[in-house]
Design a binder for this molecule. Structure first.
Ligand code: DC
Length: 223
């Protein structure tokens, strides 16, 4: 098996990064970090303090002042803390969903969070998911995967998830939100969403989670 203690998984909203990453990490007994949680945690702080997400200077000030930390539970899953309080379960709020792409465009905040992500990666084997893991955060990761699916397939998945959680939102609204976030994440100047040149691109419209996980294990040379 290839000595791949760093596995980078990138892709757009609802492409399956988190569920694939988590399952893969469990199979390998690696830690798993969905870096989107860190951008979401900062967005929660921005919203709570009524800072305008487009006021880059104030957003960076907040990122420096409020300590966002990642800690790992015994199962290898990441929990995100703001000043010592675990806020992981609060990060799928609809307002955070709508604002996070704006906060993630701020260069100064990316520098701070990317540095933290690299530090976490140095602490041991990890599967890390995000938008720029293979291109910016861990460009030397030996295994890079770019997961994607059509926006309609991703909207269907996300809508189903929202329905299960009792969130009242139409499919068309979910599709519009996803397309807007894709536009912002792919169009931004710094670390835009795109596959690394050496990433394995996997289109997940018609394949299940297990199959994607098995495919990555095969890339590693064993299963
Ligand atoms: O994966 P997610 O939906 O939780 O990510 C939330 C936002 O954070 C997404 O719109 C883009 C941003 N993000 C990023 O810019 N870089 C990352 N490595 C992870 C997420």
């Amino acid at each position: 098996m290839k000595n791949a203690s760093l596995i980078a998984i990138d892709g757009p909203v609802a492409s399956g990064k988190s569920v694939v990453g988590l399952n893969l990490a469990r199979r390998l007994s690696y830690r798993f970090l969905d870096t989107g949680l860190m951008y979401r945690a900062l967005t929660m702080v921005v919203l709570d303090t009524n800072v305008n997400p487009e006021d880059h200077e104030r957003v960076v000030e907040l990122a420096k002042k409020r300590v966002i930390e990642v800690v790992f539970g015994d199962d290898g899953d990441a929990l995100v803390q703001v000043e010592g309080h675990d806020i992981t379960s609060q990060l799928s709020d609809v307002e955070i969903d709508r604002t996070v792409s704006l906060v993630a465009q701020v260069a100064g905040t990316r520098e701070i969070l990317v540095e933290q992500q690299r530090r976490v990666a140095r602490e041991g084997p990890i599967v890390m998911a995000g938008r720029d893991i293979g291109t910016v955060v861990l460009p030397n990761a030996p295994i890079k995967v770019f997961l994607t699916a059509s926006s309609t397939e991703r909207a269907q998945r996300r809508h189903l998830e929202f329905q299960r959680n009792g969130r009242d939102i139409t499919y068309n609204q979910v599709l519009r939100d996803i397309e807007e976030r894709d536009r912002l994440d792919s169009g931004r100047r710094i670390a835009p969403l795109r596959p690394a040149p050496d990433a394995h691109i996997t289109i997940t419209d018609h394949i299940g989670i297990e199959e994607v996980v098995e495919g990555i294990l095969k890339l590693m040379g064993g299963s």
